[in-house]
Write a protein that binds this ligand. Structure first.
Ligand code: ZN
Length: 346
């Protein structure tokens, strides 16, 4: 077995940098102590209640053996959202970790209601209201701005995606955007086109998980058929030797929400050095850096920045450009974006 990859430790400077995060799943923000605490409160059964053992079952520390392994980790985190109080506590902790631990000043949190609340007696709208009220409370007390993106998990099927888009449109004043996540191969862009058109007509900004796995042609189809303002991951675009996929991203003015460590752990790239972020930047693409699922993927933005400046080969200017792209590409309203830009020193 190859030795585990040793990531560079973030420096104090990297930790202290004010940050903006566009791609973070709430379901991937539940820490092991929180899983244990909430399971005890709700009487939920855990695969283990020993913290060290549970950590092994819920945190991916090296490239995944199989997708099932990761899905099992998500299902433990998902079970933690067992009550409205749990939704509130997990959201608050996600904000605390982001602000205090990573100095994040702008945070877009996303969740998939059908996945996160599936099998539970919890109302989607009430849960969304709770998440928003936590963000508002946090904003009032800290130099921080945030908002919610609603996800349709393509893996849950067409009816689920339809219902989720309908929910997003009905609640469009309470959300900042919409995301199509996972299952891109089985549920390709052409099947999502009517849904993307509906969201566009309703004025809901769209981001799409695209080119995380599979072929670069998926990224081309996403841009052509769905017209998103941003894409998540996009790594496969770099495999188009003609450069067309990257050029299309550039011409569309689309921001790529990159997730370097996530891509290494899910084997989208073979090594961190092979991640195309630097290539994207050199080709003139707008890119942000994000952590995806910090608890499950054992990462955060401090570590992502250290990775970017180390093995990924970004310069300090490149990193600053990515920080700026995150603020400029945010779906938050201009006032909030301005506030974040000031706090980030732009
Ligand atoms: Zn993601």
């Amino acid at each position: 077995m190859p030795a585990p990859y040793r990531r560079p430790s973030p420096s104090e400077k990297e930790r202290a940098l004010p940050k903006a995060e566009l791609h973070r799943h709430l379901e991937g923000c539940v820490s092991v102590p929180t899983i244990i605490r909430l399971a005890a409160r709700h009487g939920t059964k855990l695969p283990s209640s020993d913290p060290a053992e549970l950590e092994k079952l819920t945190r991916l520390k090296s490239p995944m053996g199989s997708l099932d392994e990761v899905l099992a980790m998500f299902s433990v985190a998902q079970a933690a959202f067992a009550s409205y109080e749990a939704v509130e506590e997990i959201t608050w902790e996600a904000l605390e970790t982001a602000f205090r631990g990573e100095n994040i000043r702008l945070l877009e949190l996303r969740f998939s209601p059908d996945f996160m609340l599936g099998g539970k007696d919890l109302d989607w709208r009430k849960s969304l209201d709770i998440i928003n009220s936590v963000i508002k409370r946090y904003e009032a007390a800290h130099p921080f701005v945030g908002g919610v993106i609603i996800i349709a998990s393509r893996g849950l099927g067409a009816a689920s995606a339809e219902r989720t888009a309908g929910f997003a449109i009905e609640n469009r004043k309470k959300i900042i955007g919409f995301d199509l996540a996972e299952g891109e191969k089985a549920f390709p862009a052409r099947l999502c086109a009517p849904l993307a058109a509906k969201l566009r007509d309703a004025g809901v900004p769209l981001t799409v998980h695209s080119g995380e796995e599979g072929e670069y042609s998926q990224v081309i189809d996403t841009l052509d058929l769905l017209g998103p303002r941003r894409i998540g991951h996009g790594v496969k675009a770099a495999e188009d030797r003609t450069g067309r996929a990257m050029e299309m991203i550039r011409l569309a003015g689309v921001t790529v929400e990159t997730n370097p460590w996530s891509n290494y752990l899910t084997r989208a790239v073979e090594t961190p050095q092979a991640h195309p972020l630097k290539k994207f930047l050199d080709a003139g693409l707008k890119c942000s850096i994000s952590a995806d699922d910090p608890e499950i993927l054992d990462t955060d933005l401090n570590r992502e920045y250290a990775l970017a400046l180390g093995p990924l080969g970004l310069s300090k200017d490149d990193l600053d450009y990515c920080r700026r792209c995150a603020v400029e590409g945010s779906f938050l309203d201009p006032d909030r974006r301005q506030q974040a830009a000031r706090e980030m020193g732009f």
